[in-house]
Design a protein around this ligand. Structure first.
Ligand code: SAM
Ligand code: SF4
Length: 326
């Protein structure tokens, strides 16, 4: 079954957040004192999250990305992932993680049926990494990347959020990493989710990131697959891996958007930067087993054409990305 919205876009990708909690405190993702903790009663059980995932696949979703907060900090995540992997009709099960717990968990995640990992890494420099994440140790993430490869995962996507004057001087180092490693390094424009003061000063347009790399290396465009995300991808000539640019601010990709989000409290967001939200809990509690699927189809139908954010304008309500899943 195909899931098409009222703007003719095919929606086949669900980002499913399983927790708002995290073992890091990235400055672009949450305030310094963390997010206000949701009580256990607000967070959906794995049974309910599984029912949503199944209903979404029945409605036409083909790819699920499990995210958070940090998904690996929620107890019982591995059997939950194994249950998702077994949903008939689901073609891709992938996970986004900060990598901190991968040294101990990569093997069991692979055995559970997770097909690929996105790992967030914003700096190679221990002090910069600590400043961005407020508490993190970059060595754990680098060990996590190695552990993922040893566990048999395909080469990961590495997500770097580029911030002016914070880590933008490492763009070339990240690009260089693809010369010898088959990673897909993606440079993401910083988004003013929390609307921190003077956020405009932190943004580096994707075009500028690309120009900096192109000034040093020859870049060839990469043709992408049908389930690929919104990045524009290139390969440094002769490199083992690829680089990609994701430009939510400077270059909307709303016209090609193929995703919806469900948070760990059962809230559906059909657009990351529109304030419209819908609570799935009543549909979960209803007796009718088809209601969830029908509700998801209706919500997709009403998905907005585009968000209203740009390089100098943000009029959404401030939110912690950790509560939505990125
Ligand atoms: N904890 C996991 C992680 O960090 O990969 C998964 C959740 S995190 C919210 C998902 C992604 O959102 C990460 O790659 C993170 O860098 C990105 N993200 C969070 N806040 C962002 C922001 N303000 N601008 C751009 N990307 C952001
Ligand atoms: Fe945690 Fe990921 Fe947000 Fe960083 S970006 S605080 S690792 S949820």
């Amino acid at each position: 079954m195909r899931l098409i919205d009222s703007h003719g876009r095919r929606i086949n990708y669900l980002r499913l957040s399983v927790t708002d909690r995290c073992n890091l405190r990235c400055r672009y993702c949450m305030p310094a004192d963390g997010v206000e903790k949701l009580s256990h009663g607000d967070i959906l059980s794995y049974e309910d999250l599984y029912r949503i995932a199944r209903a979404a696949v029945a409605a036409g979703i083909e790819k699920i990305r499990v995210t958070g907060g940090e998904p690996l900090v929620r107890k019982g995540i591995v059997p939950f992932l194994a249950s998702l992997a077994a949903i008939p009709g689901l073609r891709e099960l992938v996970l986004t993680t900060n990598g901190v717990l991968l040294p101990e968990m990569a093997g069991e995640l692979r055995r559970a049926g997770v097909q690929r990992l996105n790992i967030s890494l914003d700096s190679f420099r221990p002090a910069t990494f600590r400043a961005i994440t407020r508490v993190g140790d970059v060595g754990q993430v680098l060990d996590g990347i190695i552990a993922a490869e040893e566990a048999g995962f395909p080469a990961p996507k590495i997500n770097m959020v580029v911030m002016q004057g914070v880590n933008d001087d490492e763009v070339l180092d990240f690009a260089r990493m693809t010369l010898d490693h088959p990673y897909a390094v993606r440079f993401i424009e910083y988004m003013p989710a929390t609307r921190e003061e003077n956020w405009q000063a932190l943004t580096v347009p994707g075009r500028e990131i690309l120009d900096r790399i192109a000034a040093r290396f020859t870049l060839d465009p990469v043709v992408k697959g049908a389930m690929a995300g919104p990045s524009r991808d290139f390969r440094i000539r002769g490199a083992a891996g690829t680089i990609g640019i994701i430009t939510p601010l400077s270059g909307h990709f709303c016209g090609d958007c193929n995703r919806i989000r469900v948070t760990s409290t059962g809230t559906v967001k059909t657009c990351l930067f529109s304030d419209g939200e819908f609570d799935l809990k009543p549909s979960l509690r209803a007796d009718d087993p088809t209601l969830l699927t029908e509700t998801l189809r209706e919500l997709v139908h009403g998905k907005p054409a585009r968000h209203g954010m740009s390089a100098d304008r943000a009029d959404h309500r401030a939110f912690a990305m950790a509560a939505v899943g990125g």
